[in-house]
Design a protein around this ligand. Structure first.
Ligand code: ES4
Ligand code: ZN
Length: 323
């Protein structure tokens, strides 16, 4: 009998918490906060969850998050995520947030952080989910803005595991943010970056060599570069691959042609994650189920889940308990 993919213990390492806003939550928060959206109702909003590319998705993603104003709003969003994640076998989650996107529209950094850190603590108490928060820098914003938000992250050092790099990938190569990533490395933060989602494999090289990242988010376009595959396979660098996201944003035509399983067989430490599950058709367990339909075996599923735990920033003791 096939294994229950929802019960397979796994880590979620590529999850934008703002990407967990389901249409009903967006509408609920819009009503409560008096935020006007360009969609009359939930169905109209849901109908907009269809995208030609990354930018078209990001436009909706940033407009929906305008409904998040108070610490309670952030707490509600994240608590709903953790409840769903727990039901899909997530034992450890390193969630992304986009502080610049909130501070830039007038939400205080501390307001955002209070809601998220409370949800992280509740998730451990209520669901046994460990982990924490990675603050992402928006690569389509100026470098000065990245340094300014990093100053705020540093002022709350103990609330964050690390820093990341996200938003529109082209034409914003990783090396634009070398200085801020160097600061983060000196300050002892883990570092990750989106690279090779829509952008070329060369962005993965520069994320590794210039930003000094510990992990690559997406990285699917490594499949186009033999030398890079060899380098990744020989290293401990993991790729947080998001299959349903790549199909939703047209980076790959369908799951049958997704490079995930090919990279796994070449020895690259790939895993399955969900990215923005409210927008792309499912949470991490749903991504596992979809990959099974596309040909993933149970043995591969077990290796992918294992890679997610091994590639996490959990303590050695926690990893041992989850393996
Ligand atoms: C994102 Cl799918 C994706 N890519 C880049 N940045 C993002 N932020 C939220 N989702
Ligand atoms: Zn992402």
């Amino acid at each position: 009998m096939a294994i229950d993919l929802f019960r397979l213990p796994k880590a979620e390492l590529h999850l934008h918490i703002e990407g967990t806003l389901e249409p009903e939550t967006v509408m609920e928060l819009a009503d409560a906060n008096g935020v006007r959206l360009p969609y009359p109702d939930e169905d109209a909003l849901r109908a907009a969850y269809s995208f030609r590319d990354l930018q078209e998705f990001l436009d909706l993603y940033y407009s929906a998050m305008a409904t998040l104003l108070t610490a309670d709003d952030f707490h509600l969003m994240a608590s709903r995520y953790y409840a769903t994640a727990a039901a899909q076998g997530v034992k450890h989650a390193e969630i992304f947030c986009d502080p610049q996107a909130h501070v830039g529209r007038g939400v205080r950094f501390e307001e955002m952080l209070a809601g998220l850190t409370q949800a992280v603590a509740d998730a451990e108490r209520d669901h046994g989910i460990t982990g924490g928060i990675i603050a992402c820098i928006l690569r389509d914003q100026p470098v000065e803005s990245a340094h300014a938000i990093y100053d705020q992250v540093l002022a709350h050092r103990d609330s964050f595991i690390g820093i990341g790099l996200d938003s529109a990938e082209r034409p914003f190569p990783p090396e634009l943010f070398t200085d801020v990533f160097t600061r983060a490395g000196r300050d002892g933060f883990k570092r990750v970056a989106h690279a090779g989602e829509e952008g070329p494999a060369s962005f993965i090289w520069t994320a590794l060599d210039t930003l000094g990242v510990d992990r690559i988010d997406h990285g699917v376009r490594a499949a186009e570069d033999e030398e890079l595959i060899g380098r990744l396979a020989a290293s401990d660098i993991a790729l947080t691959v998001c299959p349903l996201s790549n199909v939703a944003l047209k980076g790959v035509p369908d799951l049958e042609h997704h490079p995930l399983l090919g990279l796994l067989e070449r020895g690259v430490k790939v895993m399955i994650n969900s990215d923005d599950p409210a927008y792309f058709g499912g949470y991490v367990g749903d991504n596992f189920l979809a990959m099974r339909v596309a040909g993933m075996t149970d043995a591969q599923a077990i290796r992918l889940a294992h890679n997610s735990i091994a590639g996490s920033f959990a303590s050695a003791e926690r990893k041992a308990a989850l393996h």
